[in-house]
Design a protein around this ligand. Structure first.
Ligand SMILES: [Zn+2]
Length: 274
């Protein structure tokens, strides 16, 4: 599942490849992904120029020169590519946006949980109103141990579930929450309200480092994630705890445990993480 580092890499690649190009034609091949794709065909996008691509959590917005923006989310298995018309259409490519440089922005999604919608209100770095409810960006200065501590004090849910709650901090997905809590030696099962201020400082600082390193590595490919150029995320080689159930902990050798929390697989060392 594309998480924040994967979305960031897709966004950077789209920015390089799409900014300054205008839209020549939109072809919609399937009526639905998570929401209807049909409005895109009737939105008079022809002639509009893409002026920026930016990220908020796991969402991307491609801003057009008329203040509207294409909002994208990659769901479980969304893949975007920029390829010329000579590349045949794949079975699960649902929409083509033809660009003035001859490339086509293609959105593929086998499980149809992805989103591609047009929204107003995207001028000058703004994000559409539907994203207003999202919590703080983990890579921003506003995200720190104080913010986390204030939010955690009101929660009796497991700390890992709270760390993945998008209304607190947006985009720390399952892989990165597991890695962060392992590095900070905090058990994912602990109640959020029992996590100390100094532990919150460590969690916030570590989450930033883990996400930045994962971005540098091009994200993490577990099953089907691909960057825009088809490359896979290399952070998978640096995972210390995620997916390591039964394997010796890299610090103490105790077999790694796993548990379901908030419906997500959670991995931890019962010796190192308290
Ligand atoms: Zn250990």
């Amino acid at each position: 599942m594309p998480e924040l580092p994967e979305a960031e890499n897709i966004g950077r690649a789209l920015k390089r490849a799409m900014c300054g190009r205008s839209i020549c034609k939109v072809e919609v091949f399937s009526p639905m992904m998570r929401t209807s794709l049909l409005p895109l065909a009737d939105a008079a996008l022809e002639g509009k120029t893409i002026v920026d691509v930016r990220r908020r959590g796991r969402y991307l917005v491609a801003e057009l020169d008329d203040t509207r923006g294409l909002l994208m989310h990659f769901g479980m298995s969304g893949v975007v590519r920029l390829e010329p018309a000579s590349v045949p259409k794949r079975k699960h490519e649902h929409v083509f946006i033809h660009l003035s440089d001859g490339n086509i922005f293609r959105f593929e999604c086998t499980r149809r949980f992805s989103l591609l919608e047009l929204h107003p209100g995207c001028a000058n770095g703004s994000f559409p109103a539907v994203l207003d409810k999202l919590g703080v960006e983990p890579l921003s200065e506003e995200f720190n141990g104080g913010v986390l501590f204030a939010a955690f004090r009101k929660r009796s849910s497991p700390v890992k579930t709270a760390l993945m709650d998008n209304s607190i901090v947006v985009g720390i997905g399952n892989i990165y929450a597991n890695e962060t809590l392992f590095i900070c030696r905090v058990a994912p099962t602990r109640k959020a309200c029992d996590v100390t201020r100094s532990e919150c400082d460590a969690i916030a600082g570590t989450a930033k480092k883990v996400l930045l390193r994962a971005i540098e590595c091009g994200g993490t490919t577990i099953s089907d994630f691909q960057n825009v150029d088809g490359s896979e995320g290399k952070f998978v080689q640096e995972l210390q705890i995620y997916g390591k159930a039964g394997i010796p902990c890299p610090h103490c050798g105790t077999p790694v445990s796993s548990v379901r929390l908030g419906g997500r697989n959670s991995f931890f060392c019962p010796q190192c993480q308290k």
